[in-house]
Design a protein around this ligand. Structure first.
Ligand SMILES: Cc1ncc(COP(=O)(O)O)c(C=O)c1O
Length: 312
């Protein structure tokens, strides 16, 4: 296991409603006549970067006009969604409670993600994996929702309002691309892209979690058939970070200055590079990949695996 380097990246700290498209000059692509741009959603609002800001925006707006007194949401110990929700709630001065998977975490020091959530004022409630599975029907969640009158936002933030937010990712300037790609966890981001893509565009989702319900989840939000999910287990991905992936991400930083996260965006690009090299990519040569952020997860990755690195 090798260390995922952080990069002294200069984020735009101005809130930008649309993200820039950045050309990624990779020789593997240029040799095959493939052009790749990254839509830098990660720069739109760095602390709640990328799709998280898009997914939460209308949920927070809705909350502000509803009788609810705060938000209750869910996530794992390194959740980008929890981190983003905590930042946005602090900004909007809204009460937020995060139900976190794993009651064993109660007695452990907080990892970088959870420390950030707590520093932003999120109240963390640790529950067993069995209770976590029940989500808002779990005992603690039910108690909190009824006693405090909270708006429930699902794990990963995916709901109708999240999809509405993700429909704002693509702009008229993106019509020149024939393929739009994104990493997929719950499918909400892909649903928004598919719902808003131009008629000639194919939306390709790089599925990072082993969950057979994702296509059905996407279909509840979008009735078009302009999208496809791809998943190749040997190309790493969620919780399957290997040396090749980390070396790839670190090399990309050196070559292009683009920082990807270890769970979603680095595996997505890694898989695309492999497919282009193997000639198994059949979706088109003018590609726009969405950088959905998540780089807060790098600190968590380094925290989790630090014992395994040789001294450098
Ligand atoms: C960085 C990043 N990219 C992609 C995704 C996947 O998004 P979705 O759950 O909408 O499929 C997530 C999860 O929220 C994420 O944190």
């Amino acid at each position: 296991m090798s260390k995922y380097n952080t990069y002294n990246h200069v984020f735009l700290n101005v809130l930008k409603p649309t993200a820039i498209n950045e050309y990624v000059p990779l020789p593997e692509f240029e040799e095959k006549g493939v052009s790749l741009y990254l839509k830098r959603e990660d720069l739109v609002f760095p602390l709640a970067s990328g799709n998280k800001w898009r997914k939460l925006k209308y949920n927070f707006k809705d909350l502000k006009t509803s009788p609810a007194t705060g938000m209750l949401t869910f996530g794992g110990a390194y959740s980008n969604h929890l981190a983003a929700a905590a930042v946005m709630a602090a900004q909007e001065q809204i009460l937020i409670i995060g139900i976190v998977r794993g009651e064993e975490l109660t007695t452990k020091p907080l990892n970088p993600t959870l420390s950030q959530c707590q520093a932003k004022g999120m109240q963390l409630v640790f529950v067993s994996r069995a209770e976590y599975k029940l989500k808002e029907h779990g005992e603690k969640a039910r108690q909190l929702v009824t006693t405090k009158n909270l708006l429930v936002v699902p794990e990963g933030g995916t709901n109708k309002l999240a999809v509405k937010g993700c429909m704002e990712i693509l702009t008229n300037d993106d019509i020149r691309f024939d393929v739009v790609g994104c990493a997929v966890g719950t499918g909400g981001t892909l649903a928004g892209l598919a719902a808003s893509a131009a008629a000639h565009q194919k939306v390709v989702g790089f599925q990072m979690v082993n969950d057979t319900t994702i296509p059905d989840c996407i279909r509840t939000f979008v009735s078009r058939d302009n999208w496809e999910l791809i998943r190749h287990p040997s190309y790493a991905g969620y919780a399957n970070i290997d040396k090749r992936l980390v070396a790839f991400a670190n090399e990309l930083i050196e070559k292009t200055g683009v920082l990807l996260d270890p769970i979603y965006t680095a595996p997505m690009l890694f898989q695309l590079v492999q497919m282009i090299k193997d000639n198994t990519w059949t979706f088109g040569t003018n590609i726009l990949l969405i950088h959905t952020g998540g780089t807060q997860g790098i600190a968590g990755y380094n925290y989790q695996y630090q014992a395994q690195w040789p001294e450098s």
